[in-house]
Design a protein around this ligand. Structure first.
Ligand code: NAP
Length: 491
C-alpha cells in the first residue's frame, strides 16, 4: 500500500498503515505519547498499536478543522467533487489491500471485506456527483413584497463517530457528504478498528484533501475525548453510527450546544416470509440478510417470522445453507464466515442463545461457541423460539437465526413491530400489492421487499423509532451536512 507519510507500521507482510493521529494535515503522536493495541479477532493477537488521543488532541483537531473551515466552505463545488472522485479511484486501486486490512482488524471474511470496500468507495463517487448539484429555491412571498431565496450552507465543523462493523463504509458514508457539502471534519473511529480509518485518511490525503479538512483521532478513551469534541463551541454537527445506548448518551451531550445530529443506531430487523413467497428467493435473501459480515450488521435479519404452510421447508433450506458455511480466519479464502469482533461479542451471542434454549427453543444447527484461539461462533438456527426470548428483543450481532412460526399476516405485522427499533425489515411474498401494503404497515425506515440487501449509496439509509434520526446516502445524506439559509430579497 502506498502511503504518503513516513509514520507507517507493518500490519501484515503486505500492508503498512499509518498509526498516528491525523491532525492539520500531519501524522503525529498523541499529546500524551500513549498508544493502544489493535487485535486480530481471528487469533486474539495484537496486529500493531495506534496513537491514543486525549482531550488535548481533540481540541487540536477542532483547531485544525476551524482553521480550514472558511476556505473549504468557499471552495468550488467542482474542486471538492474532483477530490472525492480521486478518492473513489484510489480506493478501487487499493481494494485488495484495504480489504485485507479490514479482515485483519475486524475479522470478516475477505469476500465481505471486498464488498465493503466497493460499497465504501461508492460514497466518494456518489457525493462527487452530488457536490455540484446542490440546489436551493426561489419563490415569491404571497404578499408580493419580496422574493424568498433559499440556499444550503455547510453546517460547519462536523464530528463523525463510527462503529467497528463496517470500518471503511461507515467512515466514507459520513466523510464524503460532509466534504461535498463544504464542512471540515473530525473522524473518531471505533477503537476496535482504527487502522482502516487511518488508511482511508491517508488515501484522502493523497487525493488532495487540504490540511485540516479531515482530521482523525484514534482513542481508547472515547468518553472524555468525544465529550471534548461535542462541547467545544466551534463544533456544529454530530454524525454518529453505533448502538442506540451510546447514541442516546451522545444526544444528551449534544443538546447542551444544540448541535445538529444525524444518528444511525441499532436495529432488530424482522424477516417475514409469507406462504406465497418464492422459497428459494426467500432463502437466498435470508442468507444475505443474516450472514453478511457474520451477522454483525445493523441491518442483519434478527428475527425470522415464517408463515405456517412454508415454515418447515424454510427451516430445512435455511439449515442446509447455514451448515454449508465454513467458519475460520477471514483472511483465508476457504472460509465464508470469520470470527466475531471480540470475546465479549461471543459471550453476548452465547447468552442470548442459552436464554432462548432455556425458555424452550431448539438449536437445530450450531448453538455453542467454538473453542479458541479467536472469537468464533458457528452459524446457528433456532426453532420454536418463544416470543418472550431475549433473542427476539435484543440485537444478536452474530450468525444466529431464530425462527418463529405465524398463522395470519396481521399477527406477523404485530410481531415485526413489537420492538423499539425501526431500522430495516425484510418481506417476501409473490404478491407485490400485498407486499407494498404490508411494507407500509411496518414501522421501519427501510424495507427490503423480496430483497435481502437494502444498502445503496443512492438510497436514503436510516431508521425510525430508536434506530435513529436522519438519513445517510442519497441527497438526504448531503442535506444533513447543510443548514438552510433563507434570504428575504427585494430587487
Ligand atoms: P458503540 O459501542 O455504540 O460504538 C460506536 C462508536 O461510539 C465507537 O466509535 C465507540 O468508540 C464510540 N463510543 C462508545 N462509547 C462511547 C461513549 N461513552 N462516548 C463517546 N463515544 C463512545 O457501537 P459498536 O459496538 O461500535 O457498533 C455496533 C452498533 O452499531 C450496533 O448497535 C449496530 O446496530 C450499530 N450500527 C448501526 C448502523 C446504522 O447505520 N444504523 C450501522 C452500523 C452499526 P470505542 O470503540 O472507543 O468504544
Amino acid at each position: 500500500m502506498t502511503i504518503m507519510d513516513t509514520a507507517l507500521r507493518p500490519v501484515s507482510d503486505t500492508i503498512d498503515v499509518p498509526t498516528e493521529l491525523y491532525v492539520a494535515g500531519t501524522w503525529r503522536p498523541a499529546a500524551g505519547g500513549r498508544r493502544f493495541d489493535v487485535f486480530n479477532p481471528a487469533s486474539g493477537e495484537a496486529l500493531t498499536s495506534v496513537a491514543d488521543a486525549d482531550v488535548n488532541d481533540a481540541i487540536a483537531a477542532v483547531d485544525a478543522a476551524e482553521a480550514a473551515a472558511k476556505d473549504w466552505a468557499a471552495s468550488a463545488p467542482r474542486a471538492r467533487a474532483d477530490v472525492l472522485m480521486r478518492a473513489f479511484h484510489l480506493m478501487h486501486e487499493r481494494r485488495e489491500e484495504l480489504a485485507l486490512l479490514i479482515t485483519l482488524e475486524n475479522g470478516k471474511a475477505l469476500a465481505d471485506a471486498r464488498s465493503e470496500v466497493t460499497y465504501a468507495a461508492e460514497f466518494f463517487r456518489w457525493y462527487a456527483e452530488e457536490a455540484v448539484r446542490l440546489r436551493g429555491q426561489l419563490g415569491v412571498s404571497p404578499s408580493g413584497a419580496n422574493r424568498i431565496l433559499v440556499t444550503h450552507q455547510p453546517v460547519g465543523i462536523s464530528v463523525l463517530i463510527t462503529p467497528w462493523n463496517f470500518p471503511a463504509a461507515m467512515a466514507t458514508r459520513k466523510i464524503a457528504p460532509a466534504l461535498a457539502a463544504g464542512c471540515t471534519t473530525i473522524l473518531k473511529p471505533a477503537s476496535e478498528t482504527p487502522l482502516t480509518a487511518l488508511a482511508v485518511a491517508s488515501l484522502l490525503e493523497e487525493a488532495g484533501v487540504p490540511s485540516g479538512v479531515l482530521n482523525v483521532i484514534t482513542t481508547k478513551r472515547s468518553g472524555p475525548v468525544v465529550d471534548a469534541l461535542l462541547t467545544d463551541h466551534r463544533t456544529r454537527m454530530l454524525s454518529f453510527t453505533g448502538s442506540t445506548e451510546v447514541g442516546s448518551l451522545l444526544l444528551r451531550t449534544a443538546a447542551d450546544s444544540v448541535l445538529k445530529c444525524a444518528m444511525e443506531l441499532g436495529g432488530n430487523a424482522p424477516f417475514l416470509v409469507l406462504a406465497d413467497a418464492d422459497l428459494d428467493a426467500a432463502l437466498d435473501g435470508a442468507m444475505v440478510a443474516k450472514m453478511r459480515n457474520g451477522g454483525q450488521a445493523c441491518t442483519a435479519a434478527n428475527r425470522f417470522f415464517v408463515q405456517a404452510p412454508i415454515h418447515d421447508a424454510f427451516v430445512e433450506g435455511l439449515v442446509s445453507r447455514m451448515a454449508a458455511i465454513a467458519i475460520g480466519p477471514g483472511a483465508d479464502e476457504s472460509f465464508q464466515c470469520g470470527p466475531l469482533v471480540n470475546a465479549g461479542a461471543v459471550e453476548k451471542v452465547d447468552a442470548l442463545v442459552r436464554d432462548a434454549v432455556a425458555r424452550g427453543a431448539r438449536a437445530v444447527l450450531g448453538g455453542r461457541p467454538v473453542d479458541g484461539p479467536g472469537y468464533f461462533y458457528p452459524p446457528t438456527v433456532l426453532v420454536d423460539v418463544p416470543r418472550d426470548a431475549r433473542i427476539l428483543h435484543e440485537e444478536v450481532f452474530g450468525p444466529v437465526a431464530p425462527v418463529v412460526r405465524f398463522e395470519q399476516e396481521e399477527e406477523a405485522l404485530a410481531l415485526a413491530n413489537a420492538t423499539p427499533y425501526g431500522l430495516v425489515s425484510y418481506l417476501y411474498t409473490a404478491d407485490l400489492a400485498r407486499g407494498l401494503r404490508l411494507a407500509q404497515g411496518i414501522e421501519s425506515g427501510m424495507v427490503g421487499l423480496n430483497r435481502g440487501l437494502v444498502s445503496d449509496p443512492a438510497a436514503p439509509f436510516g431508521g425510525s423509532k430508536q434506530s435513529g434520526l436522519g438519513r445517510e446516502g442519497s441527497t438526504e445524506g448531503l442535506l444533513e451536512f447543510t443548514e438552510i439559509q433563507y434570504i428575504a430579497t427585494s430587487w
